[in-house]
Design a protein around this ligand. Sequence first.
Ligand SMILES: [Mg+2]
Ligand SMILES: [Zn+2]
Length: 180
Amino acid sequence: MTGKRKAVFLDRDGVLNLPLVRDGKPYPPATVTETQIAGDAPSSLLRLKQHGFLLLVVTNQPDVRRGATSPEQVEEIHEFLSSQLPLDGFFVCYHDDPDNCPCRKPKPGLLLQAAALHDIDLPGSYLIGDRWRDIDAGSAAGCRTVLIDYHYHERGAATPPGAIVSSLSEAADWILKQEK
Ligand SMILES: [Mg+2]
Ligand SMILES: [Zn+2]
């Protein structure tokens, strides 16, 4: 037995809050006012938390690097989400592809940072995301993965997700079933 905790890593946009979709492509909310929490998020997260999972958000926010928003605005959204949902931490990549950082998903850096800080059992943990970058980051970190499929007009993950579902509550159902 190790004392390591299990986590559910949660992508933010399209998982905790609704994506803003234009031309089949999802966009993050720019402000708290635009941030609409998914209706099934509070109950789904509570079920996962009651099972003993740490709930850690891992999110790419490249609009900061692109100058479309600021870290302060992103943090304001995170304070809002924290006030409404039982989350245990946020891990954010503010970079874009040319920065070649180790944290922008599909790289596993955010999950590895979180795992080091919270002493996480990665193979016993899960990632829930709505895009290929999330799924590939979760797989690269050695976690099991669940895709909430909104049928965006974009490529699929290089590694197939463990499950494909249509909502956060279905993702929680699948994870809790694996734990039985
Ligand atoms: Mg997303
Ligand atoms: Zn980064």
